[in-house]
Design a protein around this ligand. Sequence first.
Ligand SMILES: [Zn+2]
Ligand SMILES: [Zn+2]
Length: 341
Amino acid sequence: MATMQAAQVPEAEGDFEIVEKDVPAPGLGEVRVAVEACGVCHSDEFVKEGQFPGIEYPRVPGHEVVGTVDAVGDGVDQWDEGQRVGVGWHGGHCFECEACRNGDFVNCENGQVTGIHFDGGYAEYLVAPQEAVAQMPEALDAQEAAPLLCAGITTYNALRNSGAEGGALVAVQGIGGLGHLAVQYAQKMGFEVAALSHSPDKEDLARELGADHFIFSEDTDPAEALQDLGGARVILATAPVSEAITAVTGGLGRNGTLLIVAATGEPVEVSPMALIQGRQSVAGWPSGDAQDSEDTLRFSARTGATPMIETYPLAEAGAAYDRMIENEARFRVVLDVNGSS
Ligand SMILES: [Zn+2]
Ligand SMILES: [Zn+2]
């Protein structure tokens, strides 16, 4: 049987190890992908540190996967060998629960996560349910496209569903892995974009990425600064620092929405009076399903909105993960797998 190289976590809190594994065979309704590139995401911490309920080991993480369909299982009509595809966080759904019957696959009660419920893209091959697979435009470079399957879809999908119309003032809180993509998407969707950051050295970059305004939130009150611009229709919170999110909520304008994609368990404070008077709201947004991934990828290909990345070979997955988790990378880390396809 053919074997492949994979980077796996042997047990909760264990170190990455590079192993030879059997190339997995696609079962009923499954697709095998020869991996070209896989992004390293902060949520891979769930695997590394054993934070996901019920996760089994050893486990190969990775939910920002780009590659080529290499084999399909029985019952797969939609995908053929040779197609270029991506696989993101949403790793399949049951089609039967209440959420699925409403077409809300992201909220499936029996939903799977790529690289958590089944082995992900830190490997030369992975097998995924066919409904988790997204078509990948040829125009996108594999390494650059990988983070779009998680950081990209999350910010793109949140913005396009935010209710803001072209020309509205949209603020992006935090210019990091998510935020540097959000600024590009917001600008290319036609919004007036304000970038908010605690780092003054992000100003040039934020403006290059398309920000019309840069608010340095250490020496300016970010809420006042946004009110001076007329009040934000949407504040997209991308940096998981609850005090920083609390500090910007006063910048919402009439009908404004604080839209949170920054994953933190710490509470955010809002003023009920401000919410009531301005008819404002606070909301969260999950990433999206494979169709949302396709929309994200197509939009990125059309507009050239791509992440800034640092690449590492698969054999250095441990170092790549450390670089990401220590917040050193500008801005997304990608494993160059490009094995056998
Ligand atoms: Zn992710
Ligand atoms: Zn379901």
